[in-house]
Design a protein around this ligand. Structure first.
Ligand SMILES: Nc1nc2c(ncn2[C@@H]2O[C@H](COP(=O)(O)OP(=O)(O)O[C@H]3O[C@H](CO)[C@@H](O)[C@H](O)[C@@H]3O)[C@@H](O)[C@H]2O)c(=O)[nH]1
Length: 324
């Protein structure tokens, strides 16, 4: 895939789970000439990036200043409240970060670096209730988000779509579920794996507490999701501004089957127990994405077997428990 010369990619929210995967994907896909400017709310040293610059996306002046100073060719906007529970716990903060943050970045780009591409990382959850129709969700599916997380992600996505009509060169990504080593146990896969690791280490009774195991979700390895973002950066010159891309496998995994695959990798005898606190008021029964557009326009396809990803998450959780 041909890449643009002299790319400078500014990443917001780089300290989050996906940040280091995006860094690797940019190096692999866009080449060593691609300069990465990693930013996150608190900044500081980081194993993947060396140093991260402090940038709070809700601080309008700071965002304008960062875009003016770095004059990026691309921004990958990862900064978000990633876990649904945290988003739900403080909706006002979630609106401020998801919508206020995205608008700050978009307006700064329009003002200070109008040729810069803004890659917005939204969510496959923006389709919400439309998933009940039972068909794979493509980019033309009606947005019908159900909770504060998904509503604010949809609002930001739509706001940037409107700004594209005023010249913003944005690409709106809608990733479905993804996991990998480094994800916190606020998410289902590491929540299961971390409990197994703690039980194996004798740190917890042999009972694993879970939420809705009947939910079916479209899962990818975080590396495959990061590859899609990097491919957007490397091929932006061929893309129409305001293109929307789902990032999905097209395969839906029952959460209970994911748990069984993890448990099969452990010799510990573990009992499963439902924890009412882990159940959600609105949990869609089945979500499957259609990423035909990303496959066609970006030449993207998932490269990692999900079973291998699960094994890697469990190994990571075991290592984290051993280190603690
Ligand atoms: N977190 C969690 N979820 C559980 C558990 N047990 C079952 N689940 C179910 O497992 C499914 C996946 O939950 P999460 O891993 O927490 O992910 P998510 O809420 O679906 O959101 C993820 O995917 C979105 C895109 O589809 C992302 O936008 C979002 O940031 C996140 O990565 C949900 O149906 C949830 O109810 C548990 O113990 N913990």
């Amino acid at each position: 895939m041909g890449s643009e010369v002299g790319m400078r990619v500014l990443i917001t929210g780089a300290r989050g789970f996906v940040g280091p995967y995006v860094c690797d994907a940019l190096r692999n896909i866009c080449g060593r000439d691609c300069v990465v400017v990693a930013t996150s709310k608190d900044g500081g040293p980081h194993p993947a990036f060396g140093q991260i610059e402090a940038l709070d996306v809700t601080d309008t002046a700071a965002v304008h200043d960062a875009i003016a100073r770095h004059r990026p060719t691309h921004v990958i906007h990862l900064a978000a409240v990633a876990a649904l529970g945290a988003a739900q716990a403080d909706p006002q903060n979630t609106w401020r970060i998801h919508v206020g943050g995205a608008l700050n970045v978009a307006n700064a780009v329009l003002d200070k670096a109008p040729d810069c591409w803004l890659v917005h990382v939204g969510s496959g959850l923006v389709y919400g209730e439309s998933a009940k129709a039972g068909r794979p969700l493509d980019e033309s599916t009606l947005l019908a988000p159900l909770d504060d997380y998904a509503v604010t992600k949809a609002a930001a996505d739509l706001a940037l779509g409107a700004l594209a009509r005023h010249g913003l060169k944005c690409v709106r990504m809608r990733p479905f579920n993804h996991t990998g080593p480094g994800q916190t146990d606020a998410f289902a896969v590491p929540a299961f794996a971390m409990q197994i690791a703690r039980i194996e280490a004798g740190l917890a009774e042999p009972v694993i507490r879970v939420g809705n195991l009947d939910a079916k979700r479209d899962f990818l390895d975080a590396r495959d999701v990061a590859n899609a973002y990097a491919r957007v950066v490397s091929s932006s010159h061929d893309l129409a501004p305001n293109t929307i891309f789902n990032v999905a496998s097209g395969v839906s995994w029952r959460m209970g089957d994911i748990l069984d695959l993890l448990l099969a990798q452990s010799s510990a005898r573990i009992v499963t127990e439902q924890d009412p606190l882990r159940l959600r008021p609105s949990d869609l029964p089945c979500i499957v994405g259609d990423a035909t557009r990303a496959r066609t326009l970006l030449g993207w396809a998932p490269e990692h077997r999900f079973e291998d990803t699960l094994a890697a998450v469990l190994a990571d959780c075991r290592a984290r428990v051993a280190k603690a």
